[in-house]
Design a protein around this ligand. Structure first.
Ligand SMILES: [Zn+2]
Length: 99
């Protein structure tokens, strides 16, 4: 992605640093997704994939297709209805089963 090309005046420089922030934020999110994906792969190898880590119910296929790396069923993820749990991704929910 070449965003360098269009940087000629101060305005676009400002928006460029804004872009930079945007890219950093997006990258952080992507990196988080990558670690989620790595964990999902690990769960596949342990045959734990597709099972909610909280309530241990099977996660429905349509949810897995939408969010393949999810480790929570709709209920435990909150579905964005009960309460805002967008931050769930960043929390180490899996701490108890190490080793
Ligand atoms: Zn659950």
């Amino acid at each position: 992605m070449a965003i360098e090309d269009e940087v000629n005046d101060e305005a676009s420089q400002a928006s460029r640093s804004h872009n930079r922030e945007f890219v950093m934020t997006t990258m952080e999110r992507e990196i988080r997704n990558i670690s989620e994906i790595e964990q999902a792969l690990e769960r596949i190898s342990k045959k734990e994939y597709g099972v909610c880590v909280t309530c241990e119910k099977t996660i429905p296929d349509n949810r897995l297709q939408a969010i393949p790396w999810t480790r929570l069923c709709v209920d435990c993820a909150g579905g964005g209805i009960k309460r805002n749990q967008d931050r769930t991704l960043g929390q180490p929910v899996f701490g108890s089963s190490l080793g």
